[in-house]
Design a protein around this ligand. Sequence first.
Ligand code: MSP
Length: 521
Amino acid sequence: MNNTGKFYVTTPIYYVNDIPHIGHAYTTIAADILARYNRLKGNEVFFLTGTDEHGQKVEKAAKEKGLQPKKHADIMVENFKNLWETLNISNDAFIRTTDKEHIATVQKILQELYGKDEIEKRSYSGWYCTPDERFWTEKDLVDGNCPDCKRPVEQIQEENYFFLMSRYQQRLIDYIKTHDSYILPETRRNEVLGFLENNTVGDLCVSRPKHRLSWGIPLPFDDNFVTYVWFDALVNYYSATKYLLPHASRLTPHAEDWWPAVHHLIGKDILTTHSVYWSTMLMALDLPLPKNIFAHGWWTVNGKKMSKSLSNVVNPNEIIDKYGADAFRYFLFREVPFGLDGDFSEEALINRFNTDLANGLGNLMSRSLTMIEKYRGGEIPDAVESKDREDLEKRINGLFSSIQISYDDFIERLQFHHALAQLWKIISEINEYIALAVPWKEKDEGTLSNILYTLAESLRLIAVYLFPFMPGTANEIWRQLGLEGDISKFRFEEIKNWERIKTGTCIKKGRQLFPRIIEKL
Ligand code: MSP
């Protein structure tokens, strides 16, 4: 939550030089989980994602296809928008750095920094890595190559504009030290601090001469240059609050209230640009810093780095076609703690699918609804007062009371795998309970009704807690239980308590949620 009680979460804006892969999907789903959770909590949410459309990479990709960069971006942006729809992403806005309002904000900021002598022109010579679009000093190079991508660099001498970032080095160190959760996970925070404390931060070259790169935002004070793509891209988080807001907020005049963001979710490879460049840019602008920058880990594929040359880039659309959007969402956030690196393989996904989704959740759902159908004609029965009802409720309800506390804590700390693990602990305990209680052998009608009511109510609560992670599945459970509406329209407070299902509700047993996958890989 920021100071004004609003929850603003962002993803990186993705380059339109390529089609979306698992890495893009990962951050966007994480932001979606947080956004959906916060809406359920009754918070006002602004969830922003978008595309990074300027710079050399994009210009080069467009040229290879014989297209103007903007035309190329217009085509490529649809791949991202379509994937977000398929994945049930609930972003409130989608920013494109070619939006005229964004361009105007970038130019305004450049002008302001130039006017405040935070940007100055210098003659510069350095080693330039064209694919990465950044300069390196002699000592940065590794065997004469770019230290990041290991490709050859070229020596370039030219005049350029520099943001005087070095001025802010100590202030940034102090800020990080006094704000424990500014950069997370802690290992990343320590890495950034270690870097800042042991190196001299240079000034940041924020321009590119137009003769070398024309596809960028022109500097408002010198038309021979465009701005460096990262300077343009980072500003998106702020510029969006000027013109792209959740519908309700657009109608109010306090747009600036949305800054600062609560979480910038990013991958670990772009931590320096966010924690050093963006933080110091904001300091120079006298703007508040975001509450948190969270850097997640990287996915490898079958143990190997994902790369085009290995042809092992995971296309989320293919996985979703085979296993469904929610199984993909579940796998990514159950398999690996958010913040650590992880390995993706279809084998591991199928394993999770069969164990957790088919045998666990799917089984609980189908056996519960089958029993309600068979023994109570599809109507959720009334629970009757009895000693065993108390015992049963105490047991199951106790499980849900414990999750109410820890679930919030886990999600607020972005420990998504813990939240899911805890939910699945409940699912397997209830499955075990059914196996032991063998309700279908129950002679006493009252006890059987109690058990069936408890199962329906448990499934309803499971759907509530599952909703941020697997919105489609949660709503399907809701619907099959015979409940009205979409979970997104409710608040936790209204639906999180026990005994909210009205007795006599007619279930609508439908398709199996997760039919077991028998395919051999
Ligand atoms: N345009 C910049 C971001 C600007 S934000 C102001 C950019 N774009 S990107 O499309 O190249 O990458 C976006 C994100 O994908 C990064 O957060 C990066 O960490 C993430 N990933 C790329 N490959 C990944 C994996 N193999 N695994 C997980 N995430 C990865 O960088």
